[in-house]
Write a protein that binds this ligand. Structure first.
Ligand SMILES: O=C(O)c1cc(=O)[nH]c(=O)n1[C@@H]1O[C@H](COP(=O)(O)O)[C@@H](O)[C@H]1O
Length: 275
């Protein structure tokens, strides 16, 4: 099944557009999992148990898994999320020359265990660097459009000779690259005006909107402009998975994962007001 059809089904079942970011910073893992074999996997398992009812998608960021045990933790996490019937978007921001890109894209194949259903990619190297991802028609390919970080404007807002901004050009290209209907765009919630403008440029492309929660982005704009025909994702990572830190610090470690569930539910309900 094509990723966006699968995502539409999941959004309907969970009544949610929340993407739960699985960014298990080793320095912030609670004691309950810190001594386990594969702490990140044990952490994610309990986060998934607590949040899956409210999750349209899980988004593990590859940066938190790029070591020997990390890929094992990631594979277990993907399998577990699939077991709960929730799709997984691997946030890897890939983009490289052809043969390297082909290798990167193989992370989407099931040969070594369950693979992610979608991935984030960086468009800086142009179409051929993304071709191996785009050709996997059933997989979602989210192209970085306008990122949420303060330095995003350094390059993305540069004005080209044509008068277009660089991010506008990227958005236009992403639309051209969408032969298989599997392209999405990443547009941060911290730039609501640009979110609105980009939605006008590409009415039919679903967005992944990160930046609500810990980065303080605009959740109303995220929903209003992030969805295309009801399909899209609004991501929060630290705001959900570490919501229980304070309770644990106050001597209630059992509340850690419960708080993540509450936070995911709260975000779902907040976003649903605007759907
Ligand atoms: O591609 C992304 O997901 C992404 C793009 C962007 O513009 N900004 C952004 O924060 N992200 C990712 O979204 C997640 C945000 O995490 P929190 O700020 O903890 O919610 C991290 O995994 C980021 O790498």
């Amino acid at each position: 099944m094509h990723f966006f059809d699968r995502l539409a089904d999941r959004i309907a079942v969970a009544d949610s557009v929340v993407s739960v970011g699985l960014d298990p910073d080793p320095a912030r893992l609670p004691e309950a999992v810190a001594d386990a074999d594969l702490p990140r996997w044990q952490f994610n398992r309990r986060i998934i148990d607590a949040t899956h009812e409210h999750a349209a998608c899980y988004k593990p960021n590859a940066a938190f898994y790029e070591d020997a045990d990390g890929w094992r933790a990631l594979r277990e996490t993907i399998a577990y999320a699939h077991g709960k019937d929730v799709p997984v978007l691997l946030d890897a921001k890939r983009g490289d020359i052809g043969n390297t890109a082909r290798q990167y894209a193989s992370v989407l194949d099931d040969e070594d265990g369950p693979a992610a259903d979608a991935i984030t990619v960086n468009p800086f190297l142009g179409r051929d660097s993304l071709e191996p991802f785009l050709q996997r028609a059933e997989k979602g390919v989210f192209v970085l459009g306008r990122t949420s970080n303060p330095g995003g404007a350094d390059l993305q807002n540069l004005e080209l000779a044509s008068g277009e901004k660089l991010y506008e050009r990227v958005v236009h290209l992403a639309d051209l690259w969408n032969d298989n209907g599997n392209v999405g765009l990443v547009v941060g919630a911290t730039n609501p005006d640009e979110l609105e403008e980009i939605r006008e440029l590409v009415p039919d492309i679903p967005f992944l909107v990160p930046g609500v929660g810990a980065q303080g982005g605009d959740s109303e704009a995220a929903v209003e402009h992030g969805l295309a025909d009801g399909v899209g994702l609004v991501n929060s990572s630290r705001g959900i998975i570490f919501a229980g830190e304070e309770a644990a610090d106050r001597g209630a470690p059992e509340k850690f994962f419960e708080a993540a569930g509450k936070s995911a539910k709260q975000l779902k309900e907040q976003l649903n007001q605007y759907r």
